[in-house]
Design a protein around this ligand. Structure first.
Ligand SMILES: Cc1cc2nc3c(=O)[nH]c(=O)nc-3n(C[C@H](O)[C@H](O)[C@H](O)COP(=O)(O)OP(=O)(O)OC[C@H]3O[C@@H](n4cnc5c(N)ncnc54)[C@H](O)[C@@H]3O)c2cc1C
Length: 450
């Protein structure tokens, strides 16, 4: 049986580990932290009384690879479709509901868009233009589209400043974690054509009933262990071992050298760089990471003394807080918790008090029903490197899982999945890397197909 070393127990590394152990390989998963999950890890909250996710995550029905993984793990039923309308709340306190229509695709998107009454009727009708162009241009002219910023592309499709401010910018921040002025038009078009304008079920928002640890991480680890795999936690990979010009194992700070027949580096670009720097054989590969810059997300977790939010989640327009999620509705997290998300938060280093004061003030202003409720506890989560910045011109630079170095592969949400830095991209990259391992090493294949 052949041995694969997989570096990084984030979603990408865990997916590759599940698939390869199921296919009959012996897998060692190496994780530098004591807990698995990377950016979807759990953290202890309320003085250890409960666990919450390292930042709120929302999924879509279009996350086909993630759903396939959940089917393998048997936990898909822990992911609930949000069937209620999502309100966009504006400064005047009005709630403008966005709901997926009952019509067949792509018409299901239209009633929802038409109810966005923060926009003029003309602006609402015009939203259809980029939606239609997205489908065609992302297929026919992907390279040209990627070199264009989403802002330029939207302007070319007759989007007014009001439509950009009140619809497109919040959408780009939520899905690409990158402002429109920088973002790739191709990635925005992919979001529109795979999510909003694909099948009705693809546009369906999905929320976990508990933590992502319970949904994905623990079941994945249990599966890996049952199938001849192991995870070494607190084990940082510092470099690679080579034999005959190919990867032959990893060097670790804590467990010395671990030999393997192939290595998958399932790391974000900023964690990959120090590993690649350690060997001249990897210098060419090292250069690819320099084009990728991180984009931050701030999450503010607020525990209230009483329930007040009526929706599973809501969008806020014209505020620092962009989305607010209700954990009373899906039962996770303990107490009356809401999670506030601020994507591409360039002011991430503001003092904690400034975030608290601004966001709690905004909630009171936008939701009169919150005015009588008191914040009993809070927790501020700042992730400086939540995703890669989905900049225009990056598509051609995203690497394939095959590195050109025998037996060395890449995975992670930033590789060439064609998707923004999301859970779906990470899982898809895990599928791609596992397939590349089995394809490049047909003699190594001992089990059933992926
Ligand atoms: C706050 C926040 C909110 C988000 N919201 C959403 C959302 O709503 N929807 C969505 O789809 N996505 C969202 N994302 C993005 C999503 O979480 C990521 O795209 C995905 O989890 C990335 O997984 P990954 O495996 O590629 O990388 P990572 O999760 O970064 O995994 C890499 C792993 O490698 C380990 N590692 C690093 N260096 C070494 C080393 N030298 N040796 C050993 N191990 C090492 C790290 O500790 C880590 O565990 C969000 C992310 C954040 C942070």
């Amino acid at each position: 049986m052949k041995h694969i070393a997989i570096v990084g127990a984030g979603l990408a590394g865990l997916t590759a580990s599940v698939l390869l152990t199921e296919a009959g390989y012996e897998v060692t998963l190496l994780e530098r932290h004591k807990t698995p999950g990377g950016r979807i890890r759990r953290v202890s909250a309320m003085n250890g009384e409960t666990f919450i996710d390292w930042g709120q995550h929302l999924m879509l029905g279009a996350y086909h690879h993630t759903l396939k993984l959940l089917d393998r793990l048997g936990t898909r039923n822990q992911l609930l479709p949000v069937t209620e309308a999502t309100p966009f709340v504006t400064q005047d306190g009005k709630r403008r509901p966005y709901r997926i229509g009952r019509l067949p695709a792509p018409l299901h998107a239209l009633p929802g868009l038409f109810h966005l009454s923060q926009l003029s009727v003309k602006d609402r009708l015009n939203l259809g233009r980029p939606m239609l162009a997205a489908k065609i241009q992302s297929r026919l002219r992907p390279v040209k589209l990627d070199r264009t910023t989403a802002l330029d592309w939207l302007r070319r499709h007759h989007q007014t400043p009001a439509a950009i401010r009140d619809f497109w910018e919040p959408l780009a921040l939520a899905t690409l974690n990158t402002p429109l002025a920088e973002a790739s038009a191709l990635l925005l078009a992919v979001v529109l054509s795979k999510g909003f304008f694909a099948r009705r079920t693809d546009a369906q928002p999905l929320l976990p009933t508990g933590t992502l640890h319970d949904l994905l991480l623990q079941p994945a680890l249990d599966r890996i262990r049952r199938k001849n795999g192991r995870m070494l936690a607190n084990c940082r990979v510092t470099g690679l071992e080579f034999r005959d010009g190919g990867a032959a194992g990893v060097q670790t700070a804590e467990a010395g050298t671990i030999r393997a027949d192939a290595v998958i580096l399932a790391l974000p670009p900023w964690a990959l760089e120090p590993v690649l720097k350690t060997s001249p054989a990897l210098s060419k590969l090292g250069r690819i990471t320099t084009d990728f810059e991180p984009s931050p997300i701030v999450s503010l977790e607020l525990w209230y003394d009483r329930p007040w939010l009526r929706y599973p989640y809501a969008g806020l327009l014209g505020t620092k807080a962009q989305w607010i999620f209700n954990h009373q509705a899906n039962g996770s997290g303990g107490g009356y918790r809401v999670s506030v998300v601020i994507s591409a938060a360039d002011d991430i280093e503001l003092p904690r008090e400034a975030f608290l004061e601004t966001v709690i003030g905004e909630i009171r202003r936008y939701f009169p029903e919150a005015r009588g409720a008191k914040v009993a506890r809070h927790m501020l989560i700042r992730d400086f490197r939540a995703t890669f910045r989905a900049r225009a011109g990056l598509a051609e630079k995203r690497p394939r899982p095959e590195t050109g170095i025998p037996n060395l592969f890449l995975a992670g949400d930033w590789i060439d999945t064609g998707l923004p830095g999301t859970m779906e991209s990470a899982v898809k990259s895990g599928f791609m890397a596992a397939e590349a391992v089995t394809k490049e090493n047909p003699g190594m294949f001992h089990g059933r197909s992926l």
